[in-house]
Design a protein around this ligand. Structure first.
Ligand SMILES: [Zn+2]
Length: 137
């Protein structure tokens, strides 16, 4: 996935490690970066979850490591795409999103049939995270 950098070059998306407060490592964060001017930006659709995670850490967090893909369905899908195909191109990721949404909807039906509210809430959160993502071809 790519977007245009203010300097005019194309920015490419990679899964990178974000270090917060010099102590907390957050792995697998989707980030756009520009090789020409070194600008980097957190993928906009995952920002609410990244800030939410950082918010939970408090003012003086201890040394710890998080896998961002355990917090965000979209990052999880990108990790899966990268592991399976060594690429996060839209052509690879797009069909995976549709497949993942279908799987989640099936699970949602099952969760509702057994009346598991926590499970229903979890699936709902994951679906919301995925539906925020617009894929630019
Ligand atoms: Zn640039």
């Amino acid at each position: 996935m790519q977007k245009r950098c203010p300097c005019g070059q194309l920015m490419t998306m990679k899964l990178r490690t974000v270090i917060y407060s010099g102590k907390v490592e957050i792995d697998n964060v989707p980030i756009y970066s520009c090789e020409s001017c070194n600008r980097s930006e957190v993928y906009p659709e995952v920002k609410p979850d990244l800030t939410g995670l950082i918010g939970k850490l408090g003012a003086e967090p201890g040394k710890q490591t998080y896998l961002f893909n355990e917090w965000n369905e979209w990052a999880d899908l990108l990790v899966e795409a990268y592991q399976a195909r060594k690429s996060t191109d839209a052509t690879i990721v797009k069909p995976m999103i549709e497949e993942r949404i279908n799987t989640l909807l099936d699970l949602y039906t099952i969760a509702q049939s057994v009346n598991d509210e926590q499970w229903i809430a979890d699936i709902h959160k994951r679906l919301t995270q995925l539906s925020r993502c617009e894929i630019q071809p």
